[in-house]
Write a protein that binds this ligand. Structure first.
Ligand code: F6P
Length: 460
């Protein structure tokens, strides 16, 4: 008999695909759990004056969603501040944006302890517990404190920066020690995995033994495994869904609005890690340096706003509005707008249809754990006439997709040049690059990732 899987993440996404799920984690967890069944435990997304003590359980097929609400104080201290204004910038190498405060760290620990207490109410002795992302690093320790002896795995969806950056966090020692309470700690890339190992060796005197599939680590008087398990997408689902959506009303409207012009697309949560200002600058540079693109190419940037309670997000939104307005004001014509900038989300089906229509997919984050949009862009293409994926060298996805056009997002002129190369790339080369990349995506789907992690956890 296989063990039941209990996934724990900060936010539990709705089960229907109608609205676009915000971020790769929700998409991946949902795709994987739908097949295997199990429990998904976490925040409902609701903030209330006094949260209920009881967990809300809703069943959908073989998947149960177990959700709790957050109080205003928890939402502020745990979600807005420590998770998203301290750990998020730190883990994306933006030490300049880190706001550290011991009070919000205490709030983060308090919510983790509360998650652990409430989770014990739904646990069975043989459940495999799989914790996701930076919001819940202390959850393993809190569960152990309550006497939970189940196997517990952890997967970080974001990057983990090098030791020298981690060490800028005043509570780095306490936080990094939390990893030792899991049986298996998984990362998106070998780079991230290496950063934890280097930290543990140098700061915590860890003993590391490299074995097949990852490292066995002895530190803080505990033994645990540290491995890289790059995430994937539900490749076949995206391929089929994009093909089916080709004739949908939205896709036809988009096509008609282009009037035969070419489309470059970007789809990102509105986040300062995504390199959107640099992307707009690069596109403007393309139009100036290669003026034959004027009135012939449009960039459509879909960027649904998130984390509006964090000041840096309000700031990046303002920057982008100004920049898009500036570029459009300077370069638009009476029948053409260079940048279509949309602060809204679309259903995933519609998005796949839009991705299929675009000759170039721009995925140019300044730092990204993996980036599933890059993979979705590839899977959405027409095999006989695929577009070109441009990928930042700082996205985790680049480590497994060397056939994309790899760029440095800080190099505005270099990105403009690469866009021009993508727009003029011969069909044979496009097909060749696409075929190689699809081979990777098909052999490492989200299902494979899920199964591999769960197997490793049950063996740990
Ligand atoms: O790893 C990226 C991540 O932080 C996920 O944990 C989360 O599901 C997603 O981005 C969206 O973020 P938020 O829930 O803060 O809107």
């Amino acid at each position: 008999m296989t063990n039941r899987i209990v996934v724990v993440s900060n936010r539990v996404a709705p089960v229907n695909e109608g609205k676009a799920a915000a971020g790769g984690l929700a998409v991946a967890v949902l795709a994987a759990l739908r097949r295997s069944g199990g429990v998904w435990f976490g925040w409902s997304g609701e903030v209330v004056a006094v949260p209920d003590e009881t967990i809300r359980i809703t069943e959908s097929g073989r998947l149960s969603r177990a959700t709790l609400d957050l109080s205003e104080r928890d939402y502020e201290e745990y979600y807005n501040r420590f998770a998203n204004a301290t750990l998020w910038p730190l883990f994306h190498y933006r030490v300049d944006l880190v706001n550290f405060d011991r009070r919000t760290y205490a709030g983060y620990r308090r919510v983790n302890a509360d998650f652990a207490r409430k989770l014990t109410g739904v646990l069975r002795p043989d459940d495999l517990i799989w914790v996701h992302d930076y919001h819940l690093i202390p959850l393993g320790e809190e569960l152990r404190r309550l006497g939970v002896r189940n196997r517990i795995g952890f997967f970080l969806h974001t990057p983990l920066p090098p030791r020298e950056l981690l060490a800028t966090l005043p509570v780095h020692g306490e936080l990094m020690r939390c990893f030792s309470f899991f049986d298996l700690v998984g990362f998106q890339t070998e780079t991230d995995r290496g950063h934890l190992l280097d930290y543990l060796v140098r700061e915590a005197d860890a003993r590391v033994e490299e074995r097949e599939g990852g490292a066995a680590v002895r530190a803080f008087r505990r033994t645990f495994r540290v491995e890289a398990h790059p995430i994937g997408i539900d490749t076949r689902h995206v391929e089929r869904s994009a093909a089916r959506t080709e004739n949908s009303r939205e896709v036809e409207r988009l096509q008609a609005s282009l009037g035969g012009r070419r489309l470059i697309i970007g789809v990102d949560r509105l986040d300062y890690t995504k390199g959107l200002p640099q992307r707009f600058e690069a596109f403007a540079h393309l139009l100036r340096a290669y003026p034959r693109n004027l009135n012939r190419v449009s960039l459509m940037q879909i960027a649904p706003p998130t984390r509006g309670g964090v000041p840096e997000y309000t700031e990046i939104r303002r920057t982008l509005e100004e920049l898009a307005g500036h570029v459009n004001g300077a370069l638009a014509d009476f029948d053409w707008v260079p940048i279509r900038y949309l602060n809204k989300s679309f259903s995933r089906r519609t998005l796949f249809g839009f991705l299929r229509l675009a000759q170039v997919g721009l995925v140019t984050p300044l730092r990204d754990g993996m980036n599933l949009v890059a993979m979705e862009y590839l899977a959405a293409q027409r095999p006989e006439d695929p577009g070109v994926l441009m990928l930042s060298r700082f996205a985790g996805a680049t480590q497994s997709l060397p056939d994309a056009l790899i760029v440095n997002p800080y190099d505005v002129e270099g990105v403009a040049k690469a866009i021009q190369a993508a727009l003029t790339m011969p069909l044979e080369e496009r097909r060749e690059r696409w075929r190689e990349s699809m081979h990777v995506l098909r052999s490492n789907s989200v299902e494979v990732w899920h199964r591999r992690f769960v197997t490793r956890l049950s063996e740990a």
